[in-house]
Write a protein that binds this ligand. Structure first.
Ligand code: NAD
Length: 490
């Protein structure tokens, strides 16, 4: 059953507050076109106030022992688990993802808070040998201060956890700006942060648009690091603004994930994995398989079987038709973008094997069916651009050198995959694929929280997850310490 239309508030300094002038913006349910909620349309001044509160709160927060901060993260995780079904419904309603995936995201978000909390006793500094007698150097890991966290619409809860959990654990405070398209689930989390007793001002949520709230987070001098998950355009703009104050940036931007299918690949596994990865979140995943390169000797069989498997995918409204593979695209804009890319691919010589145009039977929502396009070439826009929808172009290759060259020929460098049983080919791929991630004989999944999610080229700078994702939220402070002055050289 749909959740009723409601009015949310920002969460600032431990209080739920409206934007100045009580300005609001509507949030759409993409399955029906109805308004799901109204949220604050915050101003630059609203964002500034939250940043100042976060700055004041951070000083006391960093003095807590890490294990005490970790206990708050465990409480947040427990709160999310206790409320997972509600959170999943709010998430599906605003974002469109099938309910089982929304439940997975809510539970994955709880797991992320617990996992990050476990780092409390494992963040270590270093004691470095000095060139002088009675002298040592201590490398300390300290918080950066106030973090600005800018979140996209595709995984509003999980991406938020990737920012809030390591920021808090390491003693920072944070001001989060959810996407204006999917703020509801984030604001529900605000209540959970509050119920977990997180001290006022340590986590703040300010809703609104990129050019107002987002740009203030990138350009305010009190921000020590701004972390963005979003498009290249946004990442580039944030970097430009951050340059004014030499503010650290951490950017997780788009991807165009090549999948190489070798002649000896287990085709059942490859097709199952590509289908699952491509259709997850209705194709709106930064690391999802985006272009398949299949060896000419198996191309016909592979393409026919992939199209058959993808053609079986069902779609529907997450809150009404449970158990569907796909939800609607997040917005009319996103539907038009995907539809336009497929039309251009057809005009460029691509051959639609399944799908290929917006669903006609559900005009109330933004539905696009699973699509496979054969006869694609490396020079086609559908192969070169991030698709962000349930569409897979297939390109045929002659030998491994060609496949690796084409895979690397991209402005993106986030994720890549290869299916083969030949260990020599696997090792070449690991060495020569120029990407932050390579998946070998398996699908890419969201919950790889102990890895490191970091893109090459325009896919980003810095990264999230694992040890390096936690350390991203620290800065070094080296102490050069001379002791035993009476006996020493001083
Ligand atoms: P987007 O860049 O339009 O929006 C992302 C966030 O940035 C939103 O909160 C938005 O309001 C904000 N924003 C927009 N303009 C801004 C500005 N001028 N200054 C500051 N903030 C601004 O991206 P999106 O459409 O929400 O998400 C889709 C994109 O995100 C895709 O390219 C996708 O690949 C990428 N993405 C990457 C990852 C990753 O981990 N690498 C994960 C999810 C999504």
């Amino acid at each position: 059953m749909a959740v009723a239309t409601r009015l949310y508030q920002n969460y600032v300094n431990g209080r739920f507050v409206s934007a100045q002038g009580a300005k609001t913006l509507p949030v759409e349910n993409p399955a029906t076109g109805a308004t799901a909620s109204d949220v604050p349309d915050s101003s630059v001044e609203d964002a500034r106030e939250a940043i100042e509160c976060a700055d004041r709160a951070q000083r006391a927060w960093e003095k807590l022992a890490p294990i005490e901060r970790a206990n708050y993260l465990h409480k947040i995780a427990a709160g999310i688990r206790a409320d997972a079904e509600h959170l999943a419904r709010v998430l599906s309603e605003e974002q469109g993802k099938p309910l089982d995936q929304a439940r997975g995201e809510a539970n994955g978000t709880a797991n992320y808070f617990d996992y990050t909390a476990e780092w409390a006793r494992r963040i270590e500094g270093e004691v470095i040998a000095s060139d002088e007698p009675n002298d040592m150097q201590l490398l300390l890991r300290q918080p950066i201060g106030v973090i600005g966290g800018i979140v996209p619409w595709n995984f509003p809860l999980y991406v938020l956890a990737r920012k809030v959990a390591p920021a808090l654990l390491t003693g920072n405070s944070i001001v989060v700006k959810p996407s204006e398209i999917t703020p509801n689930s984030t604001l529900e989390l605000g209540r959970i942060f509050d119920e977990a007793g997180v001290p006022a001002g340590v986590v703040n949520i300010v809703c609104g648009y990129g050019p107002t709230v987002g740009e203030e987070l990138a350009s305010n001098p009190l921000i020590g690091m701004v972390t963005v998950t979003g498009s290249i355009r946004t990442g580039s703009r944030v970097m430009e603004l951050a340059a004014k104050n030499i503010t650290k940036v951490s950017l997780e931007l788009g991807g165009s994930h090549p999948v190489i299918v070798m002649p000896d690949a287990d085709l059942d596994l490859a097709i199952r994995s590509i289908k699952a990865g491509r259709l997850l979140n209705t194709g709106q995943v930064c690391g999802a398989p985006d272009r398949t390169y299949v060896h000419e000797s198996v191309a016909a069989e592979f393409t026919e079987r992939l199209a058959k498997a993808m053609g079986k995918a069902t779609y529907g409204n997450a809150l009404v038709d449970e158990g569907r593979d796909l939800g609607p695209m997040v917005s009319a804009r996103q539907l038009d973008a995907v539809s336009g890319r497929v039309e251009r691919a057809i005009a460029d010589g691509g051959q639609v094997v399944t799908g290929g145009k917006p669903a006609e039977d559900k005009p109330e929502g933004h539905y696009y069916p699973a699509t496979v396009i054969a006869n694609c070439r490396q020079d086609m826009a559908i192969v070169r651009e991030e698709i962000f929808g349930p569409v897979m172009p297939v390109v045929t290759f002659h030998d491994l050198d060609e496949a690796i060259d084409w895979a690397n020929d991209s402005i993106y460098g986030l994720a890549s995959s290869i299916f083969t049983k030949n260990v020599d080919v696997i090792m070449r791929a690991c060495r020569e694929l120029r990407f932050g991630e390579t998946y070998v004989n398996r699908e890419n999944m969201m919950e790889n929280m102990q890895g490191f999610h970091a893109g090459w080229r325009k896919s980003g700078i810095g990264g999230a997850d694992g040890k390096y994702g936690v350390l991203e939220y620290t800065r070094t402070h080296v102490v050069y310490l001379q002791y035993d002055l009476a006996a020493g050289r001083a």
